[in-house]
Design a protein around this ligand. Sequence first.
Ligand code: F6R
Length: 599
Amino acid sequence: MCGIVGYVGEKHKTTEVLLTGLKALEYRGYDSAGMAYFIEDTIKVSKEVGRVQNLEKLLQEENATIGIAHTRWATHGEVTKENAHPHTQNKFTIVHNGIIENYQELKDNLTKKGYLFQSKTDTEVLAALLDFLYKKENDILKAINQLKDYVDGSYALGILCLDDKDTLYAIRKDSPLIVGIEEKDSFIASDVPAILKYTNQYILLENNEIVTLSKQGYTIYNEKLEKQEKEVLTFEGDITSAEKCGYEHFMLKEIYEQPEIVKNLVDYYLNLENNDFSDRLPSLLKYKKIHVVACGSAYHTGLVFKSLMEEYAEVETIVEVASEYRYKKNFYDQDTLVLVISQSGETADTLAALRKAKTDHIDTLAIVNVVGSSIAREADQVLYIYAGCEIAVATTKAYSAQLALLSLLALKLAYEKKLITKEQKQSILQGYIHIDKKMKKLLNQDYEKIVKRIYNRQDIFFIGRGIDYSMSMEGALKLKEISYINAVSYAAGELKHGTISLIEQNTPVIAINTSEHLKEKTISNIKEVKSRGAMVIYITNEDIEGDFYDEKIVIEKTSMFLQSLLTIIPLQLIAYYTAKQNGCDIDKPKNLAKSVTVE
Ligand code: F6R
């Protein structure tokens, strides 16, 4: 979604910092870009549709001082230069990440007061509102601070005002914004990668806090406009986490990082010396029911968790997509845990679902990657997956880390409930310690033969039962989002209730079959499609020969708590190499955004 970067300082060239920041924010997904900066007493605005490179061409060598920049992912108004940010109204030029829900009402009122609008955006309305409030208050800080009294919605704003050419102003409410610090130089950004080339020191702004950046440094104000002392955090990853390091795409790099990330996570949440869980892993023993709420791939990890919780820990686990959960009647009580899963920690629907549970006084636990993100801060309890910066839009390493952590939670509960013995637990934990090596083996297999059979197809089916069905959903999502091939997943036993009519000679079906107790059932379903002409790619953990498949990928057999960490690797690599074969923009698939901060 939209990305913001801003800079005030003397160490670097402003336009260079802004361009570097915008390029680092590209991964969030965008369709136009722009920037604004002071040249002496005037504010110069440049914007362009398409890639940041298009904007770069417009920028001359100039002595820009203070500047703000933006990548836009269209919400209000189509993708045009007029709708790209920054937006100016009289003295104010702003960039915005978020959504203004009552923008039409505000726009109508401001139009009556004489404001004219060039764009269809909600952002331009904010610029006009700021100008209006400033005329009333004659004080920039007070004007910015009053926004919350007029505006419904979310906003992170970078603001320049013609009456103060020495200061960059910024505010956030429900959209992320950080302040970067490099001695006296300071930055604002939607997230850390945007400024990582210059500094790893940053401050997280809270809702309704305002920051001013000038050459003397930064000042943060609360909503009473009192100055705030805030903790300066250090971003633990280094710049390599935001660089490709020789890989052709971030997605491939992140796929290859998975064994290490899972290993680190296991080290963190287990007590390896005692072959036991560490105290960092909470107990879910007091809950009779778990509601898992998430979106996209995070939702898919929730489905795997459900299978493990119900099968091994015998706890009813309901998994719902957050966009549905937030608006429906939920039957929860004090014995329910609402568990939200989010890589970014900023997904609007997941955040709203979390807030709903909190309003209803239900315990909440969040599994999050981005440290200090909104979901991480608002949940009663947070468990981090420590997967580092995930840059590719299609999640891979965060997905695996979520799987690993969720499976540990289920295992711990099964053990606490005495549904598995100490010996079983210890043997499974040994599996966690060695899973990285098994994952690495799968990374080094050749998937070219499979890719050749599917890359030019229009429709591909993924099938499986139980956990394998959840994995087939993720496999289908990965393939469709980056290669644009229509991939659909079905519970293997459900095909014959309608969908099987689509199976024709040579229709590709990727069949996943790793669950011991469902193996024969799934093979029967595969035979049903095979006998109707399907071209079957069989992913299994048992190397049996048969005439019900055309290609076979064998993964090692391991405990069901860990099996999905192996199944996912061929699925990710098949999606990656298929997209590559088709010349797709793998790290930035069309229309998608990394962090979906609008509903
Ligand atoms: C798919 C993908 C998305 C995200 C979803 C939730 O590859 O990345 O489906 O999983 O948008 O995002 P987070 O986990 O940030 O809440």
